[in-house]
Structures are given as structure tokens and as C-alpha cells.
Design a binder for this molecule. Structure first.
Ligand code: AMP
Length: 368
């Protein structure tokens, strides 16, 4: 029997989460606040998410028997991690509501498919070309103009699977660095700033968006988010509507985060999207009426969406690597809301936690 999709799953139900990282941990905690329990499905043992839940399946995403048993033990499934095979979502969707569905994941996990999809919903994107050889990199340098950024179509994150190429001489080495994997070349955007927007869509197709935020990256890793982004003018509404159009086009239930560049001439270019909670939405835990993890839970469990309005201006700082050792100083400041992910090894650049601070009253979010 196909899963029932049009009614609320009452508190007491179980939300299944694919992936065991911090996004799953914070979703499980928000779900618990609404009276749900979470069941984590992840290949690794002792994950940030499994530490806060009683129900854990440790299995590969290709283990069909484990997926089917997991599906039978939960009321709906979501994901906190994109590099899950689309076939796993299809297996689950035959048994239990899968939110977001396989088509949403397919559109987001391949950068070439993603770019074409974003263009199809009217978003501007950086000029790009598919790359399947070192010769393609040389051709892209010619047609897009140097420098270019070449990114693997799949499995990239936090700047991994990305090379900046300045000259044709560097093409062979760049192709090797990318592991000769199918890639895309993008023209380099001299952006003024980077923003992102997170929208939610419920089982009835109603949407709600958080205001766009400004993101500051260091070595391709998110360092700081300033929320809401100031002085965006009409781009604020344009960014929100872009995310909502993308969700409608995919008939998506859950959250969609879209990262964008603001160009010096005042255009928005969509860079990438993620069908899940997003690091740039962590400020909502301490400075929005409904945090992104509760919003995801509401959407997935068929509840009405909550109010995404900010309750304060806020900043979010990631704790990378051994920066999390600074917890005593952070906690000594009563204005700091500290969130640690329970990860053991503080490898350089690894996201170990984050902290939020409210910085003042919200001016006027719509007109920026
Ligand atoms: P991504 O993995 O696509 O999110 O890229 C990581 C970061 O690299 C972005 O947040 C930007 O700071 C930078 N970046 C990515 N693509 C471009 C581009 N086409 N032009 C300029 N900077 C880029």
C-alpha cells in the first residue's frame, strides 16, 4: 500500500533521518521538543546524531534490507546529508513518506543538473560548462575567460572537489586533482557578498522563508553568518521567491537552502542548493520564532509551518577544529549561545560546533 501522505503524524511518532551528522543531531533534538522520537540511519558508529537518539540503524545506504526495516519502523523519513544514493530514497518512498523525495535529491546532488534546474526556475547562475577532460578545461578557459573554478559534479563540500584554474598550462594538473571525475567549469564571479536563503514547504504546498542572511567564508568553509542580511533592497524578496519557486517546481516537502552571490551590479546568481537544514540557518536556533530544525520537523511530520521571522539580529560563528577548546571563554560570556556537536576528533577545519549571539533588534526585514 502506498504511504499515506496527506495528514499530520501526531506527536509520539518517529521521524527517520538519513545521515548522522550535526544537522541530524539538531533535527532530532527539535523533533524531541515536539514529542517525536528520531531514528538515525547512518553507516558510521557513534555519530553526533546517534548520541541524542535511542534508535539507530548502522548500515550502508546501499543495504536494501536495512533500508526496508528502517522504513517500516518510522512514520516519515528526511535527510541531513546529500551524498545518499537516490535509489535509497526510492526504496524508502515505496514504504514510507520520503520528505524531501528522490527527485529533489537528484536535482541537488549533481552540480550540472542543479545548474540547469536553477536556470529552469528563472534563477541567474554563473556561466558554466560541463568538463569531462583536461581539454574541456582548456576550452572552458577560452570561452568563460580566466580564471575559472572547476568543481566535481558530485561529492564536493566545503571546497573539496574544487580547483581554481588560471592558465591552460594548469589544466592537466587540475584534471588530475579532481580525480578525473565528471565536473563543471564556472566563470569566476567577483561577487560583492554571499547570501543564502532557507525556505520550507509543507505537505499542502504552503511555503515560508527565512530572511536571507550574509555568509562569510574562509578557505571555502563557512565562518560567520550575519542574520538577516542588511541593505539587500528588492534582492531580499527575489532571493526568497527563487527558493520558493524551486521548491514548488520539485513539489518538495522539507527545507531548501539556496546559496547565492550578489554581484557588484546588483544581480543575484544562485550558486548551489541543499534540500536539508543548512549551516547558514543555525542562527535561527536562538534568534527566530521557529528554528530551522523545528521547521523541518513540522514539514516532514505534516504539521503547519511555524513563523520564520527573526526575533533579533544575530551572528553565528562556526567552531572549526580545535576552536571548540575555547568553550570556557565562550561560556563566560552570558550573551553567547553555545552549540557543540559531540564530535571526538577536532581535525583542522572540521565543524565541531557553533555559537550564536543576538546583536540587536530587527530593523525591517522585508525592505532590508
Ligand atoms: P561551493 O562549494 O560551490 O559552495 O563553493 C564554495 C565557495 O567558493 C563559495 O561559497 C564561494 O566563496 C567560492 N566560489 C564558488 N564558486 C565560485 C565562482 N564561480 N566564483 C567565485 N567564487 C566562487
Amino acid at each position: 500500500m502506498p504511504p499515506k501522505t496527506d495528514s499530520a503524524i501526531p506527536p509520539g511518532g518517529v521521524i527517520g533521518i538519513l545521515g548522522g551528522g550535526q544537522l541530524g543531531r539538531m533535527t532530532a533534538l527539535a523533533a524531541a521538543r515536539l514529542g517525536y522520537s528520531a531514528h538515525i540511519f547512518a553507516p558510521e558508529a557513534d555519530t553526533p546524531a546517534s548520541q541524542v537518539t535511542a534508535n539507530v540503524t548502522q548500515a550502508e545506504y546501499t543495504d536494501t534490507a536495512a533500508l526496508k526495516a528502517f522504513a517500516a519502523s518510522v512514520d516519515a523519513v528526511t535527510l541531513e546529508f546529500e551524498n545518499v544514493p537516490v535509489s535509497a530514497l526510492e526504496t524508502l518512498a515505496a514504504i514510507v513518506p520520503m520528505r524531501p523525495g528522490a527527485a529533489c535529491l537528484a536535482a541537488a546532488q549533481d552540480r550540472l543538473v542543479e545548474k540547469r534546474f536553477l536556470e529552469s526556475v528563472g534563477a541567474g547562475v554563473a556561466p558554466y560548462q560541463p568538463v569531462d577532460s583536461a581539454d574541456d578545461i582548456r576550452r572552458a578557459l577560452q570561452s568563460l575567460g580566466a580564471p575559472i573554478i572547476v568543481k566535481t559534479r558530485r561529492f564536493g563540500y566545503d571546497g573539496k572537489g574544487q580547483v581554481r584554474v588560471e592558465t591552460a598550462d594548469a589544466a592537466d594538473a587540475a584534471w588530475r586533482d579532481l580525480g578525473e571525475a565528471p565536473s563543471i567549469a564556472e566563470g569566476f564571479i567577483g561577487f560583492e557578498r554571499e547570501i543564502s536563503v532557507i525556505a520550507a514547504r509543507d505537505i499542502h504546498g504552503r511555503t515560508a522563508a527565512y530572511p536571507p542572511v550574509e555568509n562569510i567564508h574562509e578557505n571555502h568553509i563557512l565562518r560567520t553568518t550575519l542574520a538577516p542580511a542588511q541593505n539587500l533592497g528588492p534582492l531580499a524578496v527575489e532571493a526568497e521567491s527563487m527558493a520558493m519557486r524551486a521548491m514548488d517546481a520539485l513539489d518538495m516537502v522539507g527545507l531548501l537552502a539556496v546559496e547565492m552571490f550578489v554581484t557588484p551590479d546588483g544581480r543575484l546568481l544562485a550558486n548551489e542548493m541543499a534540500p536539508r537544514p543548512h549551516n547558514s540557518g543555525h542562527w535561527t536556533m536562538d534568534a527566530a520564532t521557529t528554528c530551522q530544525f523545528e521547521q523541518l520537523t513540522r514539514a516532514v511530520m505534516g504539521l503547519p509551518l511555524g513563523d520564520p521571522s527573526p526575533t533579533a539580529m544575530a551572528e553565528m560563528h562556526n567552531l572549526l577544529g580545535d576552536e571548540s577548546d575555547n568553550w570556557p571563554e565562550l561560556l563566560a560570556d552570558p550573551g553567547v549561545a553555545l552549540h557543540l556537536y559531540g564530535k571526538g576528533e577536532a581535525r583542522p577545519g572540521r565543524k565541531m560546533g557553533h555559537w550564536n549571539r543576538r546583536t540587536g533588534p530587527v530593523p525591517n526585514t522585508k525592505s532590508g
